[in-house]
Design a protein around this ligand. Structure first.
Ligand SMILES: *Cc1c(COP(=O)(O)O)cnc(C)c1O
Length: 223
């Protein structure tokens, strides 16, 4: 039992606003490290590789809510469709259609977030607001019976420039409000704003985040 992990979790939990959900990003971390976080009470874990997630799902407690946070290829959706709690990284109608198909096969509805690109690095995947609107207005989207869009996800530029990071999070906040206003009812399940990681989650919360994805501050650096 690694006592650093529960200690780190406690510190983070004290710093979170009350409405903010913590996703523990466990990519590259061992089952034992995940169990240490589980024993501290966490049930929501994020992974970015399909195969690693499949293995961990099979080996770890069944009441864990698994979040997929990496780039997702359509041909791999089938491996996570039976159990995934929330796919954060949806960036095309094609991917949504595949998720729909696999959700139907598994007789479940799969919750998804639309990922937006607001960072300066062009390595980060995601939609523009125009692309998202095109998807949400399309007949193809309206035909999806087993997909539920529950909000948005994004990443800020990796920089020490807090002002720039704040601007990018504010952009995500505005995107959320605009989509909610135009395409979802107030009572809908379009509620999550997934942004903020170890180095910037305090700034993210100041700009409306209600779901933070934290890895290294919980588990230590991944090297
Ligand atoms: C790795 C990762 C995180 C967590 O990063 P940390 O800096 O370790 O907190 C969050 N979101 C995504 C999409 C990631 O890939």
């Amino acid at each position: 039992m690694n006592t650093t992990i529960p200690h780190n979790i406690k510190i983070i939990q004290h710093s979170l606003q009350k409405n903010v959900k913590l996703i523990a990003v466990s990519k590259t971390k061992s089952n034992q490290e995940i169990l240490d976080a589980y024993s501290a009470g966490l049930r929501d874990f994020g992974e970015n590789k399909v195969q690693e997630l499949q293995t961990k799902f099979a080996e770890l407690p069944q009441d864990i809510n698994w979040h997929f946070i990496g780039h997702l290829q359509s041909n791999k959706v089938k491996y996570i469709a039976p159990f995934i709690s929330l796919i954060h990284s949806v960036d095309s109608i094609k991917l949504l259609q595949t998720i729909q198909k696999e959700a139907v096969k598994n007789n479940r509805t799969i919750a998804c977030l639309l990922q937006f690109h607001v960072a300066q690095e062009d390595t980060k995947h995601g939609l523009t607001i125009e692309e998202a609107k095109e998807i949400l207005q399309s007949d193809d989207f309206k035909a999806l019976t087993h997909v539920e869009i529950q909000g948005i996800m994004g990443m800020a530029t990796f920089t020490d420039n807090t002002e720039q990071v704040a601007q990018e999070f504010e952009k995500l906040n505005t995107i959320f409000e605009e989509l909610k206003h135009n395409y979802f009812s107030a009572q809908s399940s379009f509620i999550y704003k997934s942004y903020g990681m170890s180095q910037d989650y305090m700034v993210a919360m100041q700009h409306g985040s209600n779901m933070v994805r934290i890895g290294s501050t919980i588990f230590g650096s991944r090297i």
